[in-house]
Structure formats: structure tokens, C-alpha cells
Write a new protein. Sequence first.
Length: 394
Amino acid sequence: MLRLLHTADVHLGARHADLGDAASAQRERQFGAFRASIDLAVAEKVDIFLIAGDLFDSNTQPKRSVERVATELNRLVGAKIRTVIIPGTHDCYDRSSIYRTYDLEELAGSGPDDDFVTVLTPDRPFVHLQSCDVVVHGVVFPTKRAPHSPLRDLNVSTSAATATWHVGLVHGALAIPGKTEGDEVVVTKEEIAATGLDYLGLGHWHSTQQGKAGTTTYAYSGAPEPVAVNQDGAGKVLLVALSEAGAGAGRNVAIEERGVGRTHFEKLDLDTATIANQPELEKAIAARADPDLVLEVRLTGVRPDELDLNIGELEDRLKASFLRLRIRDVSMPALSQGALPSADTILGAFVRDVEGRIAELEADRADSATNEAAELRDVLRLGRLLLTGHEVTL
């Protein structure tokens, strides 16, 4: 069995201009997720730690940041776990590449006579890790935009190195007609199938997802910590186990998602009909205070006339208690008590029919009749809103 930990899109050093004062804290969350990934790799005793591009958010990073990364990779060296890295599109292997400026392999404690840390480059498109009986392929280019698919010429049957296992790394988008043509690096499922790889570790998309093309299993690990506060599919790494299925049965690739990020997301719906005033609403939201929480609050239902809310004021008062707070008011105004429209109109006929039935049910006084009358009041309210041109969100 070959055991891998696959991560990508760590984006260390991201500036997060949209987060204001919270930017530095989010950078630390990202580094914390990277450290947690290393912890997991050591605890699970994996064979190889794979980084499928964009370890750094840009090629302009202070030396101390690179040294922090090297210190973490050195922990893998100490645990005899191999690391293979490919540049991405943010830390691409151009003239100013961070991998040209700094010898990450040496900083991490990997010497010229071992293979504990490997950065694949245009001149080194694969590494044969003989101790693990695996070849890791990672075709990269000296430019951010690829001149062609990195999988174009990759086929394990014609590989210069032979091993039991063949694993690939690509930082790019899966081809989706009408959506990904403008991406810097694009691969197709047909190209993935043609490689004959046992596993292809992908980076670039920040949400975890997986699939199969031919005999090749592929997966995006997603970002280990969200890079933006709307990336609720991020926060994970992948533990991948490759094994022989038995005589004539092919091979098994098992993928397990593990959470390593701190940021989490929650959606909260509150019925305005149950809210007495703004302080009560503030108290209900504040009860979920969490500096690592991205909270989206949606105010729903029929809003009483006497309920006076200032959404901007609420967000300002509570935003320090969350990583990000958004309050959306999609509640409906209460119906006015104006004159009934003519019985000759659709609205007039509807109102009279439903009000008549409600009166009959209320006169009955049975529990079932009372419940049905309450339901019909909602029908009346919503029907009047719809028939008078209001948009109703349920």
C-alpha cells in the first residue's frame, strides 16, 4: 500500500485586502492549517506529502515566511516522509519564482544525496522515489500560462522511470466548455484517462472534489483553509491510499477527507414574526459569536409593522464577534388594511373566498378547524402579496 497526503492552494502570505484588520489573523489561520496538515501526515505515517501548487500566494515573500515553511517541511524529513511540490499559478516557475530565489529543499534539511524534499521544475518533470516504489510526475512550465496541457505527453507506459505506482500532480482547471477556456492551465478528462496514472492530485480549485477518468482517479484537495470568506468547500486535505485489489482485479484508490482549517460557515434563518425588537435580534445573533465563524443571517417571514430594524447598524455592532457577518432581510411587509378590491377581479374573488372559509372554520371552534383557519390566514396573506406584485421568498 502507498499512502499519500494531498494538499494544494495553501496561499501562504495572501494579503486579504477585503478583510481589513482581520487580514493578518487570516494569514495565521492559513499557516495554522498548513501546520495541521503536517501534523496529520506525521500522525498517519503517510509515505508522501504532495503539494499541488500555490503553496505561496505570490513569488514575493519575505525570507522569514519561507523559513517557516521549511521548518514545517523539516518535520516531515525527520519523520522520513517524502515531500513533492509543484509550483502553481500564483507561485509559478517564472524568472522571479520563489523556488529560484530560495532553495526550499536545502532549507528544509533535504540534501543532494536524498529525496526527502523535491520541487519539480520544467527541467525536472518527475521524481522516482525508489524507497516508496513510486514515480511522481509533475509537468510545469516557466510561465504562468501553460503553452499546452501539462498532460499532453504524459503516459506512464512510456515513462523513463518504472515503478509499481505512478502519481501525477497538476495545478490547473478541468475543462468545462464556456467556463474554463480563460484559465492559465486546463486539462481534460480524456487527457487524464490517457496518462494511465494511478492517482492525479489536482490544485487550483479551492473546494474538495474527486472523480475518475479511465483507470485514473483524480481529486482536488481544495484549500486547507479558505482563502476567501465565501469558500465554504475549503478547509480540508486528502488522505489517499493506493493498494492492489488482487489478481486480475486492478487497483484500489481510497480517498478520505480530513478537516484541517479553522474557519467554518453557518447559515441562520430567523422569522421576523418571532422577533420583538432590534435588541432581541442582536442578542440572538450574538449568541453565536465565534471569531472563526462566517455567519450569514437571513431574516424571513412576515415582518410586523411595529418591528423597526437597522441592518447596517446591527452588522457594525456585531461584526467584531465574527470572522465575517452578513445579514440579509428577505422578510415580507405585513398587509395593509385597505378597502377590498372589487369582487370582479381575481384578487377580490380570492380574498372573499378565503376570508369566507376562514370565518366558517373559526365558527366551528374545533381544534382541527382552528389549525386550518391559521393555515388559510397564511394562504390569504401570501396570496394577496403575490397578486399585488410583491416578490415572495419562502
